[in-house]
Write a protein that binds this ligand. Structure first.
Ligand SMILES: O=C[C@H](O)COP(=O)(O)O
Length: 250
């Protein structure tokens, strides 16, 4: 049985004063039936780990460099993120694929670096609106999946997040049938590549405008093992109902 995962991606939001939101989540979910992960901006990883103080909430990062160290001004390696207290790192988010022109080859290299550092890689995939309207969604997902996921992936170190670009921050969400189609497809592809035992253990998250009001319906969809949540993860009062909906679906 896969453990459910509620992951929050704070993106470029959050100051020291906002650590109180992480403390509140930590206090409200002392022994979660689901895994809870917050990926704050990198500046908050160390103080967030201190705020959690051994509690159940885990702290992750939003990106890493593919190399462990070197002359890469402004970059951070997976080894550094692990050293700071992160347990996971998001790679291949569409905002990085778009704004930083990251390719699926880049994402694979970053995922490999995450694995080598002992971090869980949360590998993001998703189609644009034009690609969905052209009925190319599954082809796009197949291509991103096969290139972005490295051979070092196993159930214990890899999470796949399906995030349709057009659903991110837009208030739009695919129908449950559309989400289920993509998640079932991803599971089948992972099974072909990694074998049933390993693929069955890999968690698949849905991301894109998950809110307290639609979370329960999304978590009923087959092969949805949790969510990667942006805006609604910033406040504990918004994220907690999503976590509770996930627990209820477990
Ligand atoms: O990583 C999170 C996703 O981009 C979803 O963001 P959102 O929940 O604000 O739509």
């Amino acid at each position: 049985m896969r453990r459910k995962l509620a992951a929050g991606n704070w993106k470029m939001h959050g100051l020291l004063a906002d650590l109180s939101q992480i403390s509140a989540l930590n206090a409200d979910h002392p022994d979660p039936a689901t895994d809870i992960l917050i990926c704050p901006p990198t500046t908050l990883i160390v103080p967030a780990c201190a705020a959690i103080n051994g509690g159940a909430v885990q702290i992750g990062a939003q990106d890493c460099h593919a190399r462990a160290s070197g002359a890469f001004t402004g970059d951070l390696s997976a080894v550094m993120l692990k050293d700071a207290g992160a347990t996971a790192v998001i790679v291949g988010h569409s905002e990085r694929r778009d704004a930083h022109e990251e390719s699926s080859e880049d994402v694979r290299a970053k995922s490999k670096a995450a694995h080598a550092a002992g971090l869980t890689a949360i590998i993001c995939l998703g189609e644009s609106l034009a690609q969905r309207e052209a009925a190319n969604t599954l082809d796009i997902i197949a291509g991103q999946l096969s290139i972005s996921v490295p051979d070092t992936a196993v159930a214990a170190n890899t999470v796949i997040a399906y995030e349709p670009c057009w659903a991110i921050g837009s208030g739009l969400t695919p129908t449950p049938a559309q989400i289920g189609e993509v998640h079932d497809f991803i599971r089948a592809r992972l099974t072909t590549r990694f074998g049933e035992a390993e693929a069955n253990g890999m968690r698949l998250l849905y991301g894109g405008s998950v809110k307290p009001g639609n979370a329960a319906e999304i978590f009923e969809v087959s092969n949805v093992d949790g969510a990667l949540v942006g805006g609604a993860s910033l406040k504990a009062e918004d994220f907690t109902p999503i976590i509770n909906a996930l627990k209820a679906a477990s």
